[in-house]
Design a protein around this ligand. Sequence first.
Ligand SMILES: NC(=O)c1ccc[n+]([C@@H]2O[C@H](COP(=O)([O-])OP(=O)(O)OC[C@H]3O[C@@H](n4cnc5c(N)ncnc54)[C@H](OP(=O)(O)O)[C@@H]3O)[C@@H](O)[C@H]2O)c1
Length: 312
Amino acid sequence: MKAVHVNSYGGPEVLDIKDGLDSPSPEENQIQVEMHAASVNPFDVKVVSGMFKDHMPLKFPTIPGGDYAGVVSSLGEGVTDFKVGDKVYGSANVVNGGLGSYAEVSVANVKNSAHMPSTISFEDAAALSLVGSSAVQALEQHIKLKKGQNILIHGGAGGIGHLAIQLAKSIGAYVATTVSTDDVDYAKSLGADEVIDYKKQNFEEELSNFDAVYDLVGGETTEKSFKVLKRGGVLVSMLGAPNEELARKHGVTAVGQGTKTETENLTRVAELVDAGKIKVNVDKVFQLDAVKDAFAYQEENSPRGKVVLKIK
Ligand SMILES: NC(=O)c1ccc[n+]([C@@H]2O[C@H](COP(=O)([O-])OP(=O)(O)OC[C@H]3O[C@@H](n4cnc5c(N)ncnc54)[C@H](OP(=O)(O)O)[C@@H]3O)[C@@H](O)[C@H]2O)c1
């Protein structure tokens, strides 16, 4: 079988295609999956670049990628939730004990897998795992967003943002979002009530008294977001733990989220997709052999929604 191999940290140039590899076997509570599609996340690019090498070192050679969609081809010991032939999706990331999704055959933990949404393609399902789980965990579990509340979503045209806008609207919230100039109309088409062009406007001067901020950008954007919240509001950042002192000063709850790409979140995402409440936008599909181009595209083109690798 064929897979993407990485032997050292770096940019897209360190991604090699290797053929003639043996298919890996699943261990206890794991499934072997015939991969149909995988997706590219900023996280995958960062892991391969070596950004996390001190606390999350890779063992080379490694197969990159987490998000996957495919068909169960073999069961490890103790697996009762899936059978051979099931269409599944989730994360096969090596950082959570899988064997990497950029491969024709790989292995994922049962706890990082779920039955695929029944109404969409493998490409769409692979695009959803991490970003869908992120949006659900933030809006439903941390923020507990309710009808009539208002939320600011930073980075609304990206992978997580475009789903978070749709999820917040389906809950019945008022949604403001920050995007770059080219994405203003796109964000409106997703249902955002108020779209702020972060290249031309300062969101902290336009908005106040918000119930929640979902931060997909980090840095200065996180710090300035405290001003937009009402006392008792909630800020969830995907880019590390927000400043506790600022949170206390503004009387808000601030959470640094680590997304769990796990069965419960994945099943909830599938439910929302099949109910027509959220729809993933696949910006571009690359063949597995073109993985270098896919990484470069993710980095250089600010995709609307997601970049996907078609494997089968
Ligand atoms: N903590 C976790 O467990 C976890 C899990 C998943 C993702 N993440 C992180 O969360 C972040 C978002 O993920 P993603 O998949 O949604 O990334 P993405 O697809 O790259 O989307 C990020 C979006 O933010 C926009 N952006 C950049 N600077 C901005 C600014 N100053 N104001 C408003 N928007 C801005 C980008 O648009 P332009 O380029 O056009 O400006 C892009 O559309 C990434 O950094 C990712 O690594 C963390």
